[in-house]
Design a protein around this ligand. Structure first.
Ligand code: NCD
Length: 330
């Protein structure tokens, strides 16, 4: 049985399945987690797992030799852009990095569709991060090459959600039955929006802990509720820490606030310390998409439950899988 099937099959509510490696995703855009079936997720994870083992053994592959990826980032990024870059290089391909494009740019006021039509002429795929919700879908509508959403404003961050789920599988060996608590900026945090949707494919319990002004978007709660997922909202982490299997901490998204005083009021709402960890289960997994700006104290890093740097590493394998798949190379 395959890696992902093995881990998901026993636990999922939608059984049985076995990922069929059938060339799906070739030439396709990756825009939202909503486009994936459970079988798709298993398929991606199987490929990621294969790549993880190969990288561990020999460091890199050559299956994307000669392929070119454009990394087009209209918003700042260190992790996601270098993660895609590392992934492409490990597949044997190369990357054209275009970072922190100013809005007037590529910089003379060119429209996003024109930028995409131009850059796709150089590339086999484009990874796009943009400050507006829906902009990546708009780019995809004019593109002839696969577009991968690396974050569209407060909308979605599907590749992050996939790597988060893969991390949970790696750390806990299963997903169903887990209580996942999301903490911090649940209003503006695109990573939690995508992850909550993805987790709703499984039999999980979701707990949302945030300041009152930063709760999960109500329409998302409705959408997830329709899948039969038990959800509950809190302002106090102490109310749920003891029952939590995965604690997913997020940064308060300062750049989304129009009122700096409102940001100042909530910026220090939650800080994970060794004292917090003492209240948690011995096998709880502590995650963060990073960057952190004080939500997890550095003296927690040595705790074996702190998984955020392993999460970064898993991300490269998931992105290798996605790149190879959309380029038809897996
Ligand atoms: C996240 C993002 O950009 O949405 N970071 C990331 O992709 N690793 C989270 C954040 O910026 O807080």
């Amino acid at each position: 049985m395959t890696f992902a099937a093995n881990m998901i099959q026993v636990e999922s509510r939608r059984l049985p399945f076995q990922a069929q490696h059938d060339g799906r995703f070739r030439g396709q855009h990756i825009l939202s987690v909503s486009q994936f079936s459970l079988d798709d997720v298993a398929y991606i994870f199987d490929v990621a797992e294969e790549f993880r083992l190969i990288v561990k053994r020999v460091g890199s592959l050559e299956i994307c030799k000669g392929n070119i990826l454009v990394n087009l980032f209209y918003e700042p990024s260190t992790r996601t852009s270098s993660s895609f870059m590392a992934a492409m290089h490990r597949l044997g391909g190369t990357v054209i990095p275009i970072n922190e494009v100013r809005y007037s740019s590529v910089s003379k006021g060119e429209s996003l569709p024109d930028t995409i039509r131009t850059l796709e002429a150089y590339a086999d795929a484009i990874v796009l991060r943009h400050h507006e919700v829906g902009s990546v879908a708009q780019a995809a509508s004019v593109a002839h090459k696969p577009i991968i959403n690396a974050g569209d404003g407060i909308g979605e961050h599907p590749t992050q959600a996939l790597l988060d789920l893969y991390t949970i599988l790696q750390e806990r060996g299963r997903i169903a039955g887990l209580t996942v608590t999301m903490l911090g900026d649940l209003k503006y945090g695109r990573t939690v929006h995508s992850l909550a949707k993805l987790l709703a494919m499984f039999d999980v319990r979701l707990r949302y802990v945030s300041p009152e002004i930063l709760t999960m978007p109500p329409e998302l709660i409705v959408q997830i509720g329709e899948k039969g997922i038990e959800q509950a909202e809190y302002t106090d982490l102490n109310a749920v820490i003891a029952e939590t299997d995965v604690l997913y901490v997020t940064r308060i998204q300062k750049e989304r606030f129009t009122d700096p005083a409102a940001y100042d009021n909530v910026k220090d709402s939650y800080v994970i310390t060794p004292e917090t960890m003492a209240l948690a289960k011995p096998d709880m997994v502590l995650m963060h998409p990073l960057p952190r700006v004080g939500e997890i104290r550095m003296d927690v890093d040595g705790d074996p439950r702190a998984a955020y740097f392993r999460q970064v590493e898993y991300g490269v394998f998931v992105r290798m899988a996605l790149l190879a798949l959309v380029m038809g190379k897996a």
